[in-house]
Write a protein that binds this ligand. Sequence first.
Ligand code: TYD
Length: 206
Amino acid sequence: MTRGRFIALEGGEGVGKSTQLRLLAEALRARGHGVVTTREPGGTPGAEAIRAMLLDPAGEGWGPRAEALLFAAARADHVDRLIRPALERGDWVLTDRYLDSSRAYQGGGSGLADADLLALHAIGSQGLLPDRTVLLELDPALVAARLAARDQGLSDRIGGRDAAYHARVAAAFRGFASAEPDRFAVVDADGAPEAVHARVLAALDA
Ligand code: TYD
């Protein structure tokens, strides 16, 4: 049995990751692959419990270090209990966010060192990286319009951080993609879902 492939979709808020994840899963199933779709933070009961603590924290909320540790802990459970077993069965795993979200948000956004986030990932998840990471990119003005329609002012604790925070997140993602061009595929997320989907497929086929 050959090991399945591991693909992560990344990007800022409101770029259409979950729609693209669904379309990509359908396309891969139509090609005969077993496909598991999942998300972060979350994906397993333990990681979903940590998700609830992260996105709706008690009291004054987590500091950046505690937040990074919780994301890494959630990911460790997700990798151990869901992602690795699925890959070992030969399934493809598609995840809505993974390690690069921690590097972009807790690193680029909140200022933690990238080397520290990679060290947490080495401890928690034995450094497991996706085979390919699709970075969906969208103009911030278009994102603002999509989010206003989607969330109607009710974004979560992290999504609701200010525009400067999200600009640092976007810049960090872009930097990771240029540093690792073999792992990343950068896809323009503007346009109808089917048009973006065609770009995602083309990027992965390449
Ligand atoms: P979610 O509702 O899944 O956001 P989105 O619809 O934008 O994917 O919430 C996840 C939030 O958690 C999002 O704001 C990004 C943030 N996040 C981190 O800060 N670090 C991480 O490692 C991950 C996986 C997510």
